[in-house]
Design a protein around this ligand. Structure first.
Ligand code: NAD
Length: 296
């Protein structure tokens, strides 16, 4: 079997187009423009690239983008004061504080100071609790993107065996909650899991979120399974810098029924879902119906 390639780039473009349509009608019918504020502290090069890309895509879908770039030495007090201002700004519907923060700042404290209704990253402890108890919440963007692609490919996920490899707070754990919410039988595997190959071989759905280049080979994949590769690993191959996932793509694509490539799979969905979350937050804040198909 040669797997169907799940094209995350095309899927993300479609999500952005849906968001843009909804934003246009919000402006026309209700006179509301959703706004996303992104806060960057310091000069981490990767974070600068992400923030630029987020700002550009926010404007492209017709939303307002507010960028706040703060010096690496910014005090916790000043950062919390900015978050407080954004919490109280009616033009700001989504707030994202780019992680990682410089070491002297307490990430948990800062994230939990964001108004949960504007927490478009879904990292606030209230949103984590709401997701864990199956209530309406803001859902972390990367797992939301994975869920959308899985639903699109399968329709219903009910009763499927799913394995999530990795238990981070930003990907693994919320991914497992979302799959549970869609009635999968979910196993969370991690660095201490015994016999990982055997666990993966039983899964109809494999979500790999580890950060280890190509650690899941094709012979761990059940024939016909759907493989969602969240990993983004930069390695050197034949003297060139290349991006690879946590799954060994060439061999897994021979066994899987469907697979996301790296790059061009999960990656583009993350910002698309950030825009979807901002739109959702704006609709909720204004008591308007949420966009269909863009939430969990
Ligand atoms: P993390 O380092 O926080 O968590 C990694 C997890 O993998 C841990 O829970 C750990 O227990 C598990 N793990 C480590 N070694 C293992 C092993 N040998 N076997 C099984 N499990 C093992 O990482 P993260 O933030 O969840 O990110 C994971 C990967 O996803 C990274 O490559 C990251 O770059 C990528 N990522 C991509 C996106 C995207 O937009 N596509 C977003 C977030 C993260």
């Amino acid at each position: 079997m040669v797997a169907k390639v799940i094209d995350g780039k095309a899927f993300a473009a479609n999500v952005r187009a849906q968001v843009a349509d909804h934003v246009a009608s919000l402006k026309k019918t209700n006179g509301i423009t959703p706004g996303l504020a992104v806060v960057l502290v310091g000069e981490d090069p990767a974070s600068q690239v992400y923030v630029r890309s987020k700002g550009k895509q926010t404007v492209e879908v017709g939303m307002n983008s507010y960028e706040h770039k703060l010096d690496a030495s910014t005090s916790e007090e000043d950062l919390l004061a900015l978050v407080d201002r954004l919490n109280n700004d009616p033009d700001v519907h989504g707030i994202l504080v780019q992680l990682p923060l410089p070491k002297h700042l307490n990430e948990d404290l800062v994230i939990n100071s964001i108004d949960p209704a504007k927490d478009v990253d879904g990292f606030h402890i209230s949103n984590v609790g709401l997701l864990g108890t199956g209530q309406k919440s803001m859902v972390p963007c990367t797992p939301l993107g994975c869920l959308m692609m899985l639903r699109n490919h399968h329709g219903s996920l009910s009763g499927m065996d799913a394995v999530v490899i990795g238990r981070s707070n930003i990907v693994g754990k919320p991914m497992a909650q979302l799959l549970l919410g869609d009635s999968c039988t979910v196993t969370i595997a991690h660095s201490r899991t015994k016999d990982l190959p055997d666990v993966v071989r039983r899964a109809d759905i494999v979500v790999a979120a580890v950060g280890r280049p190509e650690m899941v080979p094709g012979d761990w994949i059940k024939p016909g399974a759907t493989v969602i590769d969240v990993g983004i690993n930069r390695i050197e191959r034949d003297g060139k810098n290349v991006l690879v996932g946590d799954v060994h793509y060439e061999s897994a694509a021979q066994t899987a029924g469907a697979i996301t490539p790296v790059p061009g799979g999960v990656g583009p969905m993350t910002i698309a879902c950030l825009l979807a979350n901002t739109l959702t937050a704006c609709c909720r804040a204004n008591g308007l119906p949420e966009p269909e198909g863009l939430t969990a």
